[in-house]
Each structure stands twice: as C-alpha cells, then as structure tokens.
Design a protein around this ligand. Structure first.
Ligand SMILES: [Zn+2]
Ligand SMILES: [Zn+2]
Length: 584
C-alpha cells in the first residue's frame, strides 16, 4: 500500500515506473505528482522505491525534479523522444535551469531543432559557465552539427474555461489522443505533424509546409484548433461512457479501431496491436507498416497462409503472434479473443476487452450460421451484404451441387479452368474431392497453400504441379482441371476449355449461376452471411452500439438503418475521417 493514493492511482503509478512499455498510463510529470502526493501524506522514500521496484530512492529525486519545470512546458514531457515532446532525460536537464523564461527558451530550441540529451546538457553547461544568453548557447551547440534541420512549432492557448476544466480531468495521454483525433477528424488534411495538449495550451510541431498550412486555417490556427477540440470533446462525451471514452470506428484507410490500442486489418499510428482477421486483400492494408510498429495477432492458419504467400520474414518475426481460434491473448492492459468467423480457413471474429473491462469487437468477414458468436457491448460489423436486397434465396448446398455437376459434365469433353479467391477455391476443391477421374493441376504456390488447408482440416486431394511431367502428360490428353488463384490469370483465349469463375459475391438473389456461354460460367459460392444472416449475427453478439464498416464497399448506411429499425440498436456507418496524415 502507498499512502495518499487511491488503488487505481497506485496501479497507474506502478505500471508507469520501471517498465519499458511503449505506452505507460502516466506521463513523467504525472508520476512526479503522484510521488509528491504520496510523500506529502507520509510515505517514506524507501517505501515508495520498494513498491515501485526502484533499486534506489535517487530515482524518485529525478522524478521530483521535473516539478521544477514551469507549468507552460509540463505537458511536453514524455518518456521517450518525439518531434513534439521533451524526453524524460532532456526535461530533467531543463529543470536545472532556475528561470522559467530560460526553461522556455531551451524547450523551444529542443523542439525546433530536435535536441538530444547530450546537446541539451551542453547548452546548459555553456550557459552556467559563460553566463551568456541562452540563444547564443544554443547557436554554439548547433554549429557543431553537420547539418541544421528546422521544424516549425506552433503554440496556442486553450481559450475556453470550460474546456480547460475538462482537460484537467484527463491524463496527458488522453489529451494527446484528443488533439490528434480532433484535428484529424474536424480539420482539413494537413502535412504530417505531431502535437501535445496540456490543459492550458497546445503545441504542434511539423515541417515548414505544415506550419504554413496551419497558419492558413480559417480564423487563425488558435481559434481553429480550439474549435476542433471543442468538437472532439463533445464527441467524447457522447461516447459510450463518460469515464473512459470508447472509440470504435474505421480509419480513412480501412483500419478497424477497437478502443485505443487495437486495430484490425489496417494500421493506425500509436495503436500498439493489430489483429489480422484473414488474408483477403481488402483486409491487408498497410501490413508492412504494422510489421514495423505493432504487435500483430492472428490465427495459426492465417499465419501459415501468409508464410506460404509472402514467406520471407513472417515466420521469424517476434512481433507476429499466432493465437489458436477460441483462445485469448493477454498483455498488461489489453485482452484479445479470436473466434472463427466461418468465412475461410483461419478467419476470425475479434473481441477486445479494454481497460475498465468493457468488451468491444469486430465481426471480420463472417458467414452464417456460426457455431460460436462473440458477445460484446459495441461492435464494428462487416456490411458486405447489409442491404435488404442482399437476401439469398437459394441454399448454399444447392450452389455446391450445381458447381460439382457443372464441373463433372464439362470435364468429359474438355479441360476445365477454375478461378477463385483464396478460401473459395479450396472450398471448391473439397467439394470435388473423390469425385474426379482426372488430375487437378495447380501452381507450386497453390499446392503449398493446399497443404496449409489440409492441416486445418480441409479434405483436399493431390494437386499436380503445373511444370511436372505428369502435368504435361495430362495436358496432352486434354482431360484435367486447372486451378487459378490470387494474381494467376487464365489464358486470354481460353478456347477449347471451359472457364468457371467462383465468386464469393452474390450476383442475384435467386440465381447463383451465371452462364455467359457454353464455355464460360460464374458461380456465387457463399462465404459471407446475407442480409438476414447479418441481422441475426448482430443480434447474437448482444451489442448495444454498432458501427457498420463503410470502408469496404458494402452497404453500411442501409445496414445501419436496418439495424435501428429491425433490432432497435444504436447504429451508425463508420466515419473514415479523411486524412492524408501518415498512419491514420
Ligand atoms: Zn474476406
Ligand atoms: Zn472483406
């Protein structure tokens, strides 16, 4: 027990000190304040140091020294280095300066020129020894640099008293997030920038182009930013809970955001986790950025399919975690559960328990009916078949039978070429298994992928690799099936063959099979829930707030309307706040 602090404040403090976590709950200043509070109410330094697992109490001194910083720069202090903040070490050097005017001058220089720890120490030493003005000391140190880069810094005040009061209730991290989301959601597209928000003022840092763009904001940048913050704050209050604002939404680039730590199927800078629901292309956006910046969670099958497809580094990276469907991933502040979504092998529904215990989720692409549906309070749902016109009036079994009959009939007279997306193609192979008297030819990559599907329970017969002698022989005889997967294109003149394209998409409500000619067909193999199935799914999740994904070309608006009308659920299409800012 630490005296003077509530149990929550204590756990925040413990989780913010002596860890290397990228995101700690409290900023260094907030830690210093908590330490100060506790000491004032009777804790000793030894007690505090031992509860916080600090080897010696001198570390407490380093924190407390931060409180010597003038209030104007406190919101800038963070754990690591960034364009718009002062690192812990730089800040504790600045705190050595007694005059708050000088602290401010060094801070400005640190942001404008990205000063490191050593440079900051040098500036302060020159100042102490020579007594010359700070500006000259800064110039001395900068002259030692091979090249000088400049950043543009804008500092503005929070003009409304009401807003200042509300900001004081928030942590540094929450304020920074509010600034980012408010400017991104309500402002125009801006060149890349970083920013910090205190209760009294904000600081924005970016290139000259950013500086110029911000100066052009209507009514001047200070008023404009204040207006965005007011908007952002009212949104926040309108959220699910007043205490912990829960954001579920979809970013400009199709990343599903569940709370403030987890994205699905896309990348947002600052979110430490990404869940990859399945391997379809429209869900792979910015996967490389995620590899560089996030921990990526996915089912075992999804990971193996990505290895088969992209090979390279996926299997070796320590930030990619395979989680069996039906199980959970836990870290200090987040819990993620994956359940099968029935859409293809390895595809997952994602449930995230955010701090405070609330559960939010993303359906992923899903089929219906499902054996297991996650239960969540707030849900982002796929809207592929969100329109009342997307009712399927035939049974999946019927489509499968017609597909098999068509293949068996055509292959009697000519080769059959089958083209489909991952998942759909392997589903088709399962249907054909054991029914064919001729070989199935495929690329080496498709054969490797089939191996993954087999491991996860698909019954798929042998595939003959296209450049083998066996394949050459079959081609000469003219009796075979040839598969075409992702980015593999059937010959432009397929004369003499029958081409069947399997689509996951519904072409018409009552006719799954489209005949273009005797030699060309398109069949809609269901892998998504239809409209009714989508409503039933949402109902089964027991969600009371739903965001319909409007970024992947479905029927998000119609679905939101239908959910309100049929289930009486609070529903809205996702916002995709437009932004050119990297990583949003
Ligand atoms: Zn899909
Ligand atoms: Zn999709």
């Amino acid at each position: 027990m630490i005296s003077g602090l509530s149990p929550e404040a204590q756990s925040d403090l413990i989780l913010s000190v002596g860890t290397r976590r990228a995101r700690r709950r409290l900023s260094p200043i907030e830690v210093a304040q908590a330490i100060e509070t506790s000491l004032a109410s009777g804790s000793t330094s030894q007690e505090l140091a031992s509860v916080l697992h600090l080897e010696d109490p001198s570390m407490l001194m380093r924190f407390r020294r931060l409180l010597k910083l003038s209030p104007e720069i406190r919101h800038l202090v963070d754990w690591g280095q960034g364009q718009s903040c002062l690192s812990f070490t730089v800040a504790s050097q600045i705190a050595r300066l007694v005059s708050s005017k000088e602290q401010q001058e060094v801070t400005d220089a640190a942001l404008k020129h990205g000063l490191g720890k050593v440079e900051t120490i040098q500036i302060i030493q020159i100042r102490e020894r020579s007594g010359r003005p700070i500006a000259e000391c800064v110039q001395d140190v900068l002259r030692m640099r091979p090249q000088i880069e400049r950043r543009h810094i804008l500092i503005g005040a929070i003009t409304s008293e009401k807003l200042r009061i509300a900001l004081r209730q928030m942590t540094q991290q929450e304020r920074n997030q509010l600034l980012k989301s408010a400017v991104t959601s309500y402002g125009p597209a801006l060149p890349p920038w970083e920013g910090r928000l205190g209760a009294e003022r904000f600081t924005l840092v970016g290139s000259d182009a950013f500086g110029a763009a911000v100066q052009r904001l209507p009514g001047g940048f200070e008023d404009a930013i204040n207006a965005y913050l007011e908007e952002g704050m009212s949104q926040r209050r309108g959220g699910v809970s007043n205490m912990t604002p829960v954001l579920i939404d979809v970013s400009a680039h199709g990343a599903i955001m569940l709370g403030d730590k987890v994205t699905c199927d896309g990348f947002v800078f600052g979110f430490p986790y990404r869940v990859q629901t399945h391997i379809h292309e429209d869900h792979m956006e910015s996967f490389n950025s995620s590899k560089g910046y996030q921990d990526i969670l996915m089912s075992e099958a999804t990971k193996e399919l990505l290895i088969a497809e992209l090979d390279a580094d996926i299997g070796y990276r320590t930030n990619i975690h395979a989680i069996p469907l039906g199980s959970r991933y836990r870290s200090e502040d987040t819990e993620v559960e994956l359940l099968s979504s029935g859409h293809m092998v390895g595809s997952a529904q994602v449930a995230v328990t955010i701090s405070g215990g609330m559960k939010v989720g993303y359906s992923g692409d899903f089929n219906w009916p499902l054996e297991q549906v996650m239960e969540v309070e707030a849900l982002v749902v796929d809207s592929t078949y969100g329109s009342p016109n997307s009712r399927r009036e035939y049974s999946p079994e019927d489509v499968c039978d017609r597909f098999v009959d068509l293949v068996l009939e055509k292959v009697k007279t000519c080769p059959v070429l089958i083209k489909a997306h991952p998942g759909t193609l392997q589903r088709a192979l399962e249907l054909l298994n054991g029914k064919l008297a001729c070989p199935i030819l495929a690329s080496r990559r498709l054969a490797a992928e089939a191996e993954v599907y087999r491991r996860f329970g698909y019954s798929i017969g042998t595939l003959i690799i296209i450049d083998s002698t066996e394949a050459q022989l079959a081609m000469k005889e003219g009796r075979y099936i040839r598969l075409y997967g992702k980015r593999e294109i059937p010959p432009s003149d397929p004369s003499g063959n029958t081409v069947i394209v399997l689509s996951a998409y519904m072409t018409s409500p009552n006719e799954p099979l489209l005949e273009f000619s005797e030699r060309s067909y398109r069949i809609a193999m269901p892998s998504h829930a239809d409209f009714e199935g989508t409503l039933e799914y949402v109902k089964a999740t027991k969600a009371t707030e739903v965001v319909t994904d409007n970024s992947r070309g479905g029927h998000a608006i119609e679905l939101a309307v239908a959910l309100k009308r049929h289930l009486g659920i609070e529903a809205r299409p996702s916002s995709q706040a437009f932004s050119r800012v990297w990583g949003v």
